[in-house]
Write a protein that binds this ligand. Structure first.
Ligand SMILES: [Zn+2]
Length: 79
């Protein structure tokens, strides 16, 4: 039986990646938040995803706008 709001680190990373592309279910979102809050390693992975997303956005702006709207690299803070 699946325990509600309980996910493993593997499931949490899958959900973190999934929510980059699509909206995930409310129950998945709650389970994910609870896991990331309680887990020691998953917040690091989430942080890396945030940095990747920001980098991709910068790259896309740069690639399509000929540098227009390009933010300085300092905007992406690596902890
Ligand atoms: Zn975890």
């Amino acid at each position: 039986m699946k325990i509600p709001f309980r996910v493993t680190c593997k499931q949490a990373t899958e959900l973190l990646i999934a929510q980059e592309d699509r909206k995930i279910d409310m129950s998945d979102r709650v389970a994910l938040r609870l896991h990331v809050y309680a887990c020691k390693t998953c917040p690091n992975f989430e942080q890396q995803l945030v940095i990747m997303r920001k980098s991709m956005k910068l790259w896309r702006n740069y690639a399509s706008g000929g540098g227009e709207g390009f933010e300085p690299v300092e905007a992406v803070k690596i902890p």
